[in-house]
Structures are given as structure tokens and as C-alpha cells.
Design a protein around this ligand. Structure first.
Ligand SMILES: [Zn+2]
Length: 302
């Protein structure tokens, strides 16, 4: 019961944070302030009543149109809210399964709580980046680079407390960190290498593409996004995100090709928001990366 209520609460909180994400994603690219003026319709500038501002519910009740001018609000608002809500609910569902286990020592519950809080921030960042890249082909350094730094610092904190806890309780931790026979600095150094390797992978593809086509294919923002993914997920997790993202991007390109067949605009010059697909891959990798890697290992016979 607590697990269900906690998950619902996390989902509702996620909807609210998704709503805040929408404010940022609408105002930031336009260079507007995040706090002033109050929420307003983007087409008629009318200030919104409180009941027009309820995440998801208002959009559904209004049929996606402004109550004043009947202007189309856009699908992004409910989608981003729903995305954060669902991702947060899944994370909370997992956390409560662990936290409510009576055999779980309190120290480990706090450890998992901190880990889950980090995951919520990471998933929110990914949703924000996906929206900005999908709408503006823009992955702001302020999000990707600071996201990478925060992710790395968070990893260090997690590593430090995992090792402390392991020596205190003698219990195996879920982070997969304590199994390594290396010390703190080795693991910390490896994660830092992973960050640069992930960015390097994208840079390598970028240069190769430029040598072959003399045209920019993959943006620098994608390299910084990969660095952020590796900081949070480690190299295997970031590679899972990369493969998923590129596959999704490829499928989207095929769909665009099928739709624009016979039209003037060439699909090869149309730009695809690869970063948005990488973000989706990152979210999947955050939630199910361990299982995906385990499946792959079994398939390869390791
Ligand atoms: Zn309006």
C-alpha cells in the first residue's frame, strides 16, 4: 500500500516538475525570464487561471486548446509532463520495493534514497534536453556540461558511500561498485576516462562523417550529451543508450524518408534531432540498462 501511494505521489510530483520543464523549454530558447510573467497562453498572451495550469488534466480538459483564443497549445506540454511523471513513478516503484523490505538496514535505505534522487534529476535533465533538441536542435552546454559534472560528482559520492557502507555492513551493494577489486581512485579514474571516451566516440563519428561528406553530420552537443550519459551511467550504460538512440534515429530517418518520398526536400540534408533519441536511450538505460547488458552478455555467451 505504501509502495502504491509512494509511487502515485512520485508520479504526481513528476507531472509538476514536467510542467516546470515546459515553462523552461518555452521561455529559455526565447530568452525570456523563467519566473516572470505568470503562466500565459503562447498565442494570445492571456494569463492563465489556476485550473488551466494543472499538469496534464488541464490540457486534456481543454482539448489541447487555449480557453481564450482556441489556439493550439501543442502536444509537447502533456507529453513532457507525462514523460517525467512516468519515469519518476517507475524509479519510485523500484525504490519502495527495496526500502520497504524489513531486512534492509536503514543505512542502505538512505543509500538507495540518494541514488534514486540522483536518478530523478538525471531523468528530468534528459527529458528537458530531449524537448529542446526535438524543437530547436539545441543541446545547451548549460545542461549537458553541468549535467556531466553533477553526474560525475554524484558518482563519486555514491562510490564513497558504497565503499563505506560495504565495509560497515559487509553487505553487497546494488551499484555494482563494490565487486570491483579496485580502490576508490581507480574506479573514479575509470569513470572519468569513460566520460571522455563516450564524447570521443561521437567526435570520431563526426570527423569521419566530415571527411567523407564535407558536411556536418553529428553536432558537438551530441558529444557533450554522451559525456553526460557516461558520467551518470558509466561506459557500458552509455553505450546501451548510444545504440538505442542511433537505432531510434535511424528508424525515424526511414520514416521521414518514406513520408517525403517524391518531395523536393532531400531527407539526407534534413537534420534529425539525434540528441533527443540519445536522451530516450539514456532514460531506458538508466531504468533497464543492467538487464539489457546482462541479456547481451548471455547472448554473447559470457
Ligand atoms: Zn490563447
Amino acid at each position: 500500500m505504501i509502495r502504491v501511494l509512494g509511487t502515485i505521489f512520485a508520479g504526481i510530483l513528476g507531472l509538476a516538475f514536467g510542467s516546470f520543464l515546459n515553462v523552461c523549454a518555452s521561455r529559455w530558447p526565447a530568452g525570456e525570464s523563467m519566473v516572470r510573467p505568470r503562466s500565459h497562453c503562447r498565442s494570445c498572451a492571456r494569463a492563465l487561471a489556476w485550473w488551466e495550469n494543472v499538469p496534464l488534466a488541464s490540457w486534456l480538459a481543454l482539448g489541447g486548446r487555449c480557453h481564450g483564443c482556441r489556439g493550439w497549445i501543442g502536444c509537447r506540454y502533456p507529453l513532457a509532463e507525462l514523460a517525467v511523471g512516468v519515469l519518476w513513478a517507475i524509479s519510485a516503484w523500484r525504490f519502495f520495493a527495496m526500502a520497504l523490505d524489513p531486512r534492509m538496514p536503514a543505512a542502505l535505505v538512505f543509500y538507495e534514497l540518494a541514488k534514486t534522487a540522483g536518478a530523478l534529476l538525471f531523468l528530468w535533465l534528459l527529458t528537458a534536453l530531449a524537448v529542446l533538441d526535438a524543437e530547436h536542435l539545441w543541446l545547451p552546454d548549460k545542461l549537458t556540461l553541468s549535467g556531466a559534472v553533477i553526474g560525475y560528482l554524484f558518482f563519486l559520492g555514491q562510490l564513497f558511500s558504497a565503499q563505506k557502507l560495504a565495509s560497515l555492513t559487509g553487505l553487497p551493494l546494488t551499484a555494482g561498485l563494490e565487486k570491483a577489486p579496485w580502490g576508490f581512485y581507480d574506479i573514479a579514474g575509470r569513470r572519468l576516462l569513460a566520460v571522455f571516451a563516450a564524447a570521443g566516440l561521437v567526435l570520431l563519428i563526426r570527423w569521419t562523417y566530415w571527411l567523407l561528406r564535407r558536411r556536418e553530420g553529428v553536432g558537438l552537443g551530441d558529444a557533450k550529451l554522451m559525456a553526460m550519459l557516461a558520467a551518470w551511467l558509466g561506459l557500458p550504460g552509455a553505450l546501451v543508450a548510444f545504440v538505442l538512440g542511433v537505432t531510434l534515429g535511424f528508424l525515424a530517418a526511414l520514416a521521414a524518408l518514406a513520408r517525403s518520398a517524391g518531395q523536393q526536400e532531400s531527407w539526407a540534408t534534413a537534420r534529425l534531432p539525434l540528441g533527443a533519441f540519445l536522451c530516450i536511450g539514456g532514460a531506458v538505460s538508466n531504468l533497464w540498462g543492467q538487464q539489457i547488458i546482462a541479456l547481451y552478455m548471455r547472448w554473447r555467451g559470457f
